[in-house]
Design a protein around this ligand. Structure first.
Ligand code: ARG
Length: 458
């Protein structure tokens, strides 16, 4: 059978050209969006008087049959099926005969494909949101259960100040929460309908595009047909969204990979999310997290590649745009898996709270020593210097800072008094950081309250 556009051609396509051009092998996954879009279009054509209601009903039920074939895995693609749009229309013809040829009246694959992709992505975005909510939920559950656990917080990967483990868990959760918000925003922006733009210049049969938009659940029709067929900003946005979310997952993974090493020993991954070594019997490797970290590069690469595809394109539809699908599918598949693996890994790992606590050292309270003096009215710059000298004094004597006597401290500043001994209490240090967003029990509890309510509402 000839292709759907074969009328003006006398020669045949080169066979390599045919497979080069073909996109059914990857765009078949949009079959449902394509059917739903076509059914809405048939309704609009009937409204515009191009189809009788009987013809419309024939097309709609014929399209249902095509959909059933995809659903049950029985759809048989022919070598001449160039993409999902031509494949569905060809199969519709098998079922309903010549009337199938009326479906594409005033429509082009240009407005069709742009519509299908938006429909497909809108549904996927809901799954992505659900996976994010589950991941955030996993972090919040742990944060609530393990709020007593304290650990070193790091900057530059150097011990910095004591924090609650829950505070770290929630810091990841907040970045995922922002990802969920961004996902919602970009799906809102994407929710404009290209269908009814024709090939580029608009629809000549005055189909009611507002009706189409409503039927397909779009906010409104796109306001310009040239823009309608060419706009792929939503693809760029979802690729960026996937990239940024992967960066957040990568940071989470990297933190836990480090903490799972014997040198830290803060966490241990469950067997379900680890693998062994084929050579070294003792090994338990954090492959789940390493794969998430590694796949970040792949998702980012898809985004960079697609931006290069867009760069230099003239207006309206160009076949280059067929290159929009594989990176989008791959990024969505990859991040769907990563979000679920991250949730599983996070909710099943065990922590070693003794090891976390034992890794705290007095010098992590040097800032608290400075702050002690601030509370006695000494300017911070001066107290910072005094605390630095206390660090040095302890270091030169080979003792912990807490072992410096009151007399020692008083040689550094006269404002030290007997209550200075209380500086060396990690819990106290942590709970002093009680301004909104801090690591104190009260402010961590507040974060848990807000995120938990969000998860429950989603
Ligand atoms: N398979 C094509 C794509 O994915 C569909 C649009 C084809 N349009 C055209 N004018 N050849 O972009």
């Amino acid at each position: 059978m000839a292709s759907l556009w074969g009328g003006r051609f006398t020669g045949k396509n080169d066979s390599l050209m045919q497979s080069f051009n073909e996109s059914l092998r990857f765009d078949r996954r949009m079959w449902k969006a394509d059917i739903v879009g076509s059914q809405a279009y048939a309704a609009a054509l009937a409204q515009a008087g191009i189809l009788t209601t009987a013809e419309r009903d024939t097309l709609v039920s014929g399209l249902d049959k095509v959909g059933e074939e995809w659903e049950s895995g029985k759809f048989v693609a022919l070598p001449t099926d160039e993409d999902i749009h031509t494949a569905n229309e060809r199969r519709l013809g098998d079922f309903v005969g010549a009337v199938a040829g009326k479906l594409h009246t005033g429509r082009s694959r240009n407005d069709q494909v742009a519509t299908d992709m938006r429909l497909w992505l809108r549904e996927e975005a809901e799954n992505l949101k659900r996976f994010l909510v589950e991941l955030i939920g996993a972090a919040v559950v742990r944060a609530e259960r393990e709020i007593d656990v304290i650990m070193p917080g790091y900057t530059h990967l150097q011990r910095a100040q004591p924090i609650r483990w829950s505070h770290l868990l929630l810091s990841w959760a907040w970045s995922w929460h922002a990802d969920a918000e961004r996902l919602q925003q970009l799906t809102q922006r994407m929710n404009q309908l290209p269908l009814g733009s024709g090939a580029l210049a608009g629809n000549p049969f005055n189909v009611d595009r507002a009706f189409l938009a409503e039927k397909l659940g779009f906010e409104s029709p796109m306001p310009n047909s040239l823009y309608g067929v060419s706009d792929r900003d939503f693809v760029a946005e979802i690729l960026f969204w996937c990239s940024l979310t992967m960066v957040h997952l990568s940071k989470f993974s990297e933190d836990l990979i480090i903490y799972s090493s014997a040198e830290f020993g803060f966490v241990q991954l469950a067997d379900a999310y680890s693998t062994g070594s084929s050579l070294m019997p003792q090994k338990k490797n954090p492959d789940s997290l390493e794969l998430i970290r590694g796949k970040t590069g792949r998702v980012f690469g898809g985004m960079a590649g697609f931006m290069m595809t867009l760069k230099g394109l003239p207006s309206t539809y160009n076949k280059d745009l067929q290159e929009d699908k594989e990176p989008m599918f791959d990024a969505v598949d990859t991040i769907s898996a990563c979000l679920q693996i991250a949730a599983g890994t996070l909710s099943t790992l065990t922590i070693n709270s003794d090891k976390m606590k034992a890794s705290l050292s007095n010098d992590m309270l040097a800032t608290d020593l400075a702050e002690y003096l601030v509370r006695k009215g000494v300017p911070f710059r001066e107290t910072h210097h005094v605390a630095g000298r206390a660090v040095q004094m302890a270091e030169s004597r080979g003792v912990q800072m807490s072992e410096l006597s009151l007399a020692d401290l008083q040689t550094l500043h006269p404002s030290f008094s007997s209550d200075a001994a209380e500086i060396w209490d990690y819990e106290k240090s942590i709970d002093q950081r009680c301004a909104t967003g801090g690591t104190s029990r009260a402010t961590v509890t507040e974060q848990i309250r807000v995120l938990k309510a969000w998860v429950e509402a989603e």
